[in-house]
Ligand binder design. Structure first.
Ligand code: UDX
Length: 516
C-alpha cells in the first residue's frame, strides 16, 4: 500500500486511540487496548489493519467504506469526482439513464471547468463508476450522499419529492449500516423528515414481508455544499468551510474521515475548516448563506440606483464599504441582478419555510423584489438610450446567468431578451458557452433572433450592444473594429464589465449601472 495512503489512514482515524505511526515508533509499547503488536517485525499496515481501524473507529458493518452519490447534477458530479480524487471509491447514481450513460462514457452533462478531465481520470482509475440501478447502488454502498434536485414549487417552497423518493428507496434497501448524507439544498428539518420516512417505510416493508425487521441501523447527516457553478471543481478542493450536521458520534467520525484527505491537501485541520453542528442548524447554514449573498447583491443594486440618480459611482462605493472587513469586498458587484439555479430558489424556499414557522422574513422578500426590478430597470435604460426599441437591431453579449458556465436557469439576460423581443427588437446573440442552452428558451429565429459565433459578428449592423454576462473574453474584443461593424456605436453595460472612459474614448455612447 502506498505510504501516502497509509498516512491518510493514520490521519483519518485521528480520534481513534490507535496511532499507527506511534505504533511504528513504539513497536514495543502495548497499545491502549492492551493488545501488543508482534515484537519481531516492522509494522506494515495491510488492508486488514486498514479495515481494523475503520471497524474500530468508523464502520461497524462493512469492511470498507463504499460511497454512492445519488444525483449527478451540478452538485452530485463535482462531489462524486472530488471524493474519488481524494482516494475514495465512489459510485455515481442517476436515474436519468441517458445522462448516466453519457457520464459513463466520459461526457459531463454540463460545462464546468476541469470536470471532464477529472471524470476521465477517475473512470480510468476505477475510483469512479456510474450506476443506474438505484436500489443496487444503495445496497452496495454504506455512505449515501443525496444530491438530487430540490426545484422550486409554484408557491416558492422547495419541491422535496425527489429527496423523499430517495428516502423511500433507502427504506427498502437497508441491508446493514448506512450513513445517509443530505447534500442537496433543503429547508430546515428535511433531514428529520428523511429519517422519519426511512423508519416509516422500512417498518411498513417489514410488516408486509412479516420479516422480524432487525434493528434499523442508519444515520442521517447533513453536509451542505457551497460550490459555485463555473468553479465547482476548484470550490470542492478549496472550501471556505465544511459543514457537518450530525446526530451521532459514528456519523461524525465517518464524515470527518471522508474529508480528512481534503484537510491534508489543504494543510488544514478540522478545527480550522469544519463546522460540526446538528442537522437542523446545518440546513439553515446553507439557506442563510445563499440568502445573505443575495442580500449583498440586492443591497449593492439598491445603492447603485441612488448613485445613478445623484451622479455618484457605485464601484467606488462598494470598494469603499468593502474595505471594512466586517462587510468584505465580495458579492457587491452591481448589475442586472442575480440568477442561476440556486440563489433565487433558495431565497424563496428560505422565506417560505420561515413563514411556515410564523417567522417574518420580509427582509428577504425585499431582496427578491429589488432583484426582480433589475431587468425592468435595464430595459428602461435601453429605451432611454435608443428612444424607440421596436425594429432596432441589438447585439447581446452574454446569455448564461454568470460567466464560466453554460447554465441559463433564471438568467437575467434571458429575461432582458424576452422583453426586447416582445417590444419588437431584433436580437443578435452571443455567448461563449450557453448558446445551446439559450436556444431552448426562444422559439424565434433569424432575422428576429440570430445566434452569432463571435461577439464581433453579433455587433454587425447593431444599433446597440448590451453586455449581460461579464465573460472576460469580452474585455479582449477590439472595440475599434466592433464600432466599424455597428450601425450606432452605443453600449449598455448591464454588468459594469467595461471601463467607461476607455469605451467612450473609442467613440461609443456608453451606459452602465450606477456609474457616471
Ligand atoms: C451560488 C452560491 O455562490 C454557492 O455558494 C452555492 O453553493 C450555490 O449558489 P452560483 O449559483 O454558482 O452559486 O452563483 P454565484 O457565483 O453565487 O452567482 C449568483 C448570481 O449572482 C449570478 O447571477 C451572478 O451574476 C450574480 N452576482 C454575483 C452579482 O450580481 N453580483 C455579485 O457581486 C456576485
Amino acid at each position: 500500500m502506498r505510504q501516502d495512503c497509509v498516512d491518510r489512514v493514520l490521519v483519518l482515524c485521528a480520534d481513534i486511540t490507535i496511532d499507527v505511526q506511534r505504533e511504528n515508533r513504539d513497536l514495543h509499547r502495548p497499545r491502549l487496548d492492551g493488545a501488543a503488536i508482534g515484537r519481531t517485525h516492522r509494522f506494515a499496515p495491510t488492508p486488514k489493519h486498514y479495515l481494523n481501524v475503520y471497524r474500530r473507529g468508523c464502520m461497524t458493518i462493512n469492511d470498507e467504506m463504499r460511497i454512492a452519490v445519488f444525483g449527478l447534477g451540478h452538485v452530485g458530479l463535482p462531489t462524486a469526482l472530488g471524493l474519488a480524487e481524494l482516494g475514495w471509491s465512489v459510485v455515481g447514481v442517476d436515474n436519468d439513464v441517458d445522462k448516466a450513460n453519457e457520464i459513463a462514457r466520459g461526457k459531463p452533462p454540463f460545462y464546468e471547468q476541469g470536470i471532464e478531465a477529472l471524470l476521465e481520470r477517475h473512470l480510468d482509475s476505477g475510483r469512479f463508476a456510474v450506476e443506474t440501478d438505484v436500489a443496487l447502488a444503495m445496497r452496495e454502498a454504506n455512505v449515501l450522499f443525496v444530491c438530487v434536485g430540490t426545484p422550486q414549487r409554484e408557491d416558492g417552497a422547495a419541491d422535496l419529492s425527489m429527496v423523499e423518493g430517495v428516502a423511500r428507496t433507502i427504506a427498502s434497501n437497508l441491508n446493514g449500516y448506512k450513513l445517509i448524507v443530505e447534500k442537496s439544498t433543503t429547508p430546515v428539518q428535511t433531514a428529520q423528515q428523511i429519517k422519519r420516512s426511512i423508519l416509516r417505510y422500512s417498518d411498513a416493508n417489514n410488516a408486509r414481508s412479516n420479516a422480524g425487521g432487525g434493528e434499523l441501523d442508519f444515520d442521517v447527516a447533513v453536509n451542505p455544499e457551497f460550490l459555485r457553478e463555473g468553479v465547482a471543481v476548484h470550490d470542492f478542493f478549496n472550501p471556505d468551510r465544511i459543514v457537518l450536521g450530525v446526530e451521532t458520534e459514528r456519523a461524525r467520525k465517518i464524515l470527518l474521515g471522508i474529508y480528512q484527505p481534503l484537510l491534508d491537501r489543504l494543510g488544514s485541520t478540522a478545527d480550522a475548516t469544519v463546522v460540526i453542528t446538528d442537522i437542523n442548524t446545518a440546513e439553515i447554514i446553507k439557506h442563510a448563506s445563499n440568502a445573505f449573498l443575495a442580500t449583498k447583491i440586492s443591497f449593492a443594486n439598491m445603492v447603485a440606483d441612488l448613485c445613478e440618480a445623484t451622479g455618484a459611482n457605485i464601484d467606488d462605493v462598494t470598494h469603499g464599504i468593502g474595505m471594512d472587513p466586517r462587510i468584505g469586498p465580495r458579492f457587491l458587484q452591481a448589475g442586472i441582478g442575480y440568477g442561476g439555479y440556486c440563489l433565487p430558489k433558495d431565497l424563496r424556499a428560505f422565506t417560505w419555510i420561515a413563514a411556515t414557522h410564523g417567522v417574518d422574513f420580509s427582509l428577504l422578500k425585499e431582496v427578491e423584489h429589488i432583484n426582480e426590478r433589475r431587468v425592468g430597470q435595464l430595459i428602461s435604460k435601453v429605451r432611454q438610450a435608443l428612444w424607440v426599441v421596436k425594429g432596432k437591431t441589438l447585439a447581446m453579449w452574454g446569455l448564461s446567468f454568470k460567466p464560466g458556465t453554460d447554465d441559463t436557469r433564471e438568467a437575467p439576460s434571458l429575461a432582458v431578451a424576452r422583453c426586447l423581443l416582445d417590444e419588437g427588437a431584433h436580437l443578435r446573440l452571443h455567448d461563449p458557452e450557453a448558446m445551446g442552452e439559450a436556444s431552448r428558451e426562444f422559439r424565434e429565429n433569424a432575422p428576429v433572433l440570430t445566434y452569432c459565433a463571435t461577439p464581433e459578428e453579433a455587433a454587425d449592423g447593431a444599433e446597440a450592444i448590451l453586455v449581460l454576462t461579464e465573460w472576460p473574453e469580452y474585455l479582449d474584443v477590439d472595440l475599434g473594429r466592433v464600432r466599424e461593424r455597428m450601425r450606432v456605436p452605443l453600449i449598455v453595460d448591464g454588468r459594469n464589465l467595461l471601463d467607461p472612459a476607455a469605451v467612450r474614448e473609442q467613440g461609443f455612447e456608453y451606459y452602465s449601472i450606477g456609474r457616471p
